[in-house]
Structures are given as C-alpha cells and as structure tokens.
Design a protein around this ligand. Structure first.
Ligand code: AKG
Ligand code: MN
Length: 196
C-alpha cells in the first residue's frame, strides 16, 4: 500500500512535500526497467555561448501539446500505457490533474540538471509538479532565489513522489548536481499540467 501521508518541508514561500513510498522497492525496480526500455530517450543539444553542446542527461517529453523548455522544442507525443498508469497514481496521491510528463534519464553521477525553476508560461501561474523517482538515489537541492533563507537538500530514493506547488517556482530554484559518488542510473518523471 502506498503512503498517503506526505512529509511537508518547512520552507518559506514554498509548498514542497514528498511521499517517500509511493511505490515499493520491488515495484520501483520493475518500473525502472520498463521505462528504460519503453521510452524514446534522446540526448538533446542546446546552444551555449555560440556552441552546440549535448545536455548532461537523456530526456523525452510526453504530452498532448508541444513544450519548449530552456529553448528546447519538444513536439507532442502520446503517453505510453505505463506513463498513464503512473500519472493516475500521482494524481490520486497529490489531488492534482496532469496532462504531460517531462522524463529524465541520468545515466550516471556526472549527469545532472542545473539550477532552474519550472516556470515556463505554458505551466500557468502556480504550477503543481509531481516527480516520481526510480533507480539510484540522487540529491535534489533547493535554494531560494533571494538569499533570504537557507538552501536545503532532499535525498530522492526510488519510489518517492515529490510535489512542488503553490508559489514554490516563484521563490525557489532546484537542481540535481553532479557528484563524484557512483549513483547508478536514475529515471525521474515530472508530471505537469500544460495550457496551450
Ligand atoms: O530529476 C529530477 O528530480 C528533477 C528534474 C527537473 O527538475 C525537471 O525536469 O524540471
Ligand atoms: Mn525542474
């Protein structure tokens, strides 16, 4: 049975909570393998200081509408049956509805996502973002945009659902930093509601 009592993080001007056991270890291991095989993982390229460089992770976008993120354009692509089932569980646990998923595959400890807020216009004003983690543990870091309060870290283990909602994206940045400690592969599905 999944946890229905989330842990709430006491960060000011944020609403961040997590369900550490949305999926059991056995379920998470099966889901990881299936997502790794089923999803159409690609390494996108971005333009940085006039050079084209590959982003340090694999990604794919699944949703009814196209999405533009950090100037990367991702066409609409229907969710797989497994993604739809995982989305249903995220909706049930969090009480929000989602129509898309930005999926990330971190191949090893040197893959990462840099400091950012999920604040694209298509997400609306105070988006609810539910992310499900599978595979190896990674540290997820938060830091305030103004240096007014302290940064903090969450260790995201397989089977965890993290929910960011309310004003979180206005006041906080998040990242998955590179590390030197071997972590194993990790898949993170970030469910969102996009408005076109
Ligand atoms: O991998 C994660 O936990 C975070 C990914 C993320 O922040 C994003 O896709 O916007
Ligand atoms: Mn994000």
């Amino acid at each position: 049975m999944p946890d229905t009592n989330p842990i709430q993080y006491p960060a000011p001007q944020a609403d961040i909570s997590c369900f550490p056991h949305a999926y059991s270890a056995t379920e998470s291991a099966e889901i990881f393998e299936q997502l790794k095989t089923d999803l159409d993982w690609q390494q996108a390229q971005i333009s940085l200081h006039g050079r084209t460089v590959p982003i340090p992770r694999l990604q794919q976008w699944y949703g009814d509408s196209p999405y533009t993120y950090s100037r990367l354009h991702m066409p609409a692509r229907p969710m797989t049956p497994l993604l739809s089932r995982l989305k249903d569980r995220a909706e049930h646990l969090t009480g929000f509805t989602y129509n898309s998923a930005l999926c990330n595959l971190y191949r090893h400890e040197r893959d990462s996502v840099a400091w950012h807020a999920d604040d694209e216009a298509e997400l609306g004003i105070n988006p609810a973002i539910a992310s499900l983690s599978f595979g190896g543990d990674r540290i997820f870091q938060f830091k305030p945009k103004s240096g007014a309060t302290l940064p903090f870290d969450i260790n995201l283990k397989a089977g965890t659902l993290l929910l960011m909602k309310g004003e979180t994206q206005h006041y906080w940045l998040h990242q998955i930093p590179k590390t030197n400690k071997p972590t194993g592969e990790r898949i993170c599905l970030t469910f969102r509601m996009t408005y076109s």
